[in-house]
Design a protein around this ligand. Structure first.
Ligand SMILES: [Zn+2]
Length: 165
């Protein structure tokens, strides 16, 4: 949920479907923060010459405003809120996410954000490889491609056992 994806002036704006999930995502975050559950923001933070920019326009360059979590969610920063930067779609690739989930004895993960068929789906696959229970609230994920959005939800449910609610 970074400025570059969710805000209309962002470098890789997902579109109006992203606006629609801001409120429900903020509610999810608030609920989990209040319950003292771990909340992790998985944030793209690319080098200016990242290989990914051969496939996508330049976005979420480390240290820029575009790489920051949208202000609507920034208010929820507390002890049990963590930011993990990443350079690929999966939140697990070259990050400490796997270790952190293990250390904190996490069993169930709620996945939210953009884009459904890219970062959400790749992260979901890695969660399934590690046998986590996965919940995806459908009002909290969005995509610039509606067909891929629908396909990704079906695939995550069928292949990864995600509960799409
Ligand atoms: Zn990226």
């Amino acid at each position: 949920m970074l400025n570059d994806f969710v805000k209309p002036d962002g470098a890789l704006y997902v579109g109006p479907t992203a606006d629609e999930i801001i409120k429900p995502v903020a509610e999810q975050v608030k609920n989990h923060v209040d319950k003292n559950n771990l909340v992790v923001f998985l944030c793209d933070a690319h080098a200016p010459d990242d290989k990914e920019f051969e496939r996508f326009p330049k976005h979420a360059v480390k240290g820029t405003r575009g790489a920051q979590v949208i202000p609507e969610l920034a208010t929820s920063v507390r002890d049990n809120v963590m930011v993990i930067t990443k350079t690929r779609y999966s939140g697990f690739f070259k990050t400490r996410l796997g270790d952190i989930l293990e250390e904190m004895s996490v069993e169930r993960v709620t996945l939210v954000g953009v884009c459904t068929h890219i970062c959400v789906m790749d992260t979901c696959g890695e969660l399934a490889n590690r046998d986590y229970e996965i919940v995806i609230p459908r009002n909290c994920v969005a995509d610039f491609d509606q067909e891929m959005h629908v396909m990704a939800l079906r695939r995550m449910k069928a292949l990864y056992g995600a509960e799409v609610v």
